[in-house]
Ligand binder design. Structure first.
Ligand code: AMP
Length: 215
């Protein structure tokens, strides 16, 4: 099963993808995580990607594709995967179409107020990448990860000025993908109008996937 989770920054792509990946026993592939890993390791690709990421802009396609292709070649992707944060523009979607047949694109439709609130309160574990929200999903011990006890941090691009830019980039470059996948008949929409427990969201997404599988 090859899935894509599409939606604005802060729509819950990371949280839901990791849960759905576990449920369906497929790898969760986040291009944002792969890029942050390259930045952390200080590779040449990471160095090039960093400046774009810090400004909240899209990293050039060739860098993202290079990293993604390497990841998709790993044996755990044979059973399928869930992509989070890719594709993010039409060119990436077209290239993806040439390297994989996507079964379903789940679009998380979340209003701006919720997004801004979520991104500014988001904290992430430095070690295991677990995602928290200081208001709606706080860690048990402030500043520490419930899973592994490591330190939590705020992503540089979750600061207010960069959030604004990321939302603009999303509207201009990523939103057109909704129509692209609608036309292909593989888009399922999940509208989130107010904060809901993660569990509830996971169940709704699982239903969308089951409906597709039963067709
Ligand atoms: P994310 O963790 O998905 O919010 O991504 C964080 C940042 O990584 C984005 O703001 C972009 O700078 C970069 N990025 C992640 N995925 C892509 C992609 N598919 N294409 C271009 N840039 C990306």
């Amino acid at each position: 099963m090859k899935l894509v989770l599409l939606g604005p920054p802060g729509s819950g792509k990371g949280t839901y993808s990791s849960r759905i990946a576990k449920e369906f026993e497929i790898p969760h592939i986040s291009t944002g995580d792969l890029l942050r890993e390259e930045v952390k390791k200080g590779t040449e690709l990471g160095e090039r990607a960093k400046e774009y990421m810090n400004r909240g802009e899209l990293v050039p396609n060739e860098i993202v594709l290079e990293i993604l292709k390497q990841r998709l070649q790993q044996p755990d992707c044979e059973r399928g995967f869930i992509l989070d944060g890719f594709p993010r523009n039409l060119e990436q979607a077209k290239i993806l179409g040439t390297i994989a047949t996507i079964d379903l694109v789940i679009y998380l439709d979340v209003p701006d107020e919720i997004i801004i609130e979520r991104l500014s309160n988001r904290r992430i574990c430095r070690e295991c990448g677990a995602i928290y929200n200081l208001k709606s999903m706080p860690p048990k011990v402030p500043g520490k990860c419930d899973v592994c006890g490591s330190e939590l941090y705020q992503r540089d691009d979750d600061k207010p000025e960069t959030i604004k830019n990321r939302l603009e980039v999303y509207r201009e470059q990523t939103k057109p993908l909704i129509d692209h996948y609608k036309e292909k008949g593989i888009l399922a929409e999940f509208k989130i109008e107010k904060e809901i427990p993660v569990e509830e969201g996971v169940e709704s997404i699982k239903k969308l996937i089951q409906e597709k599988l039963n067709k």
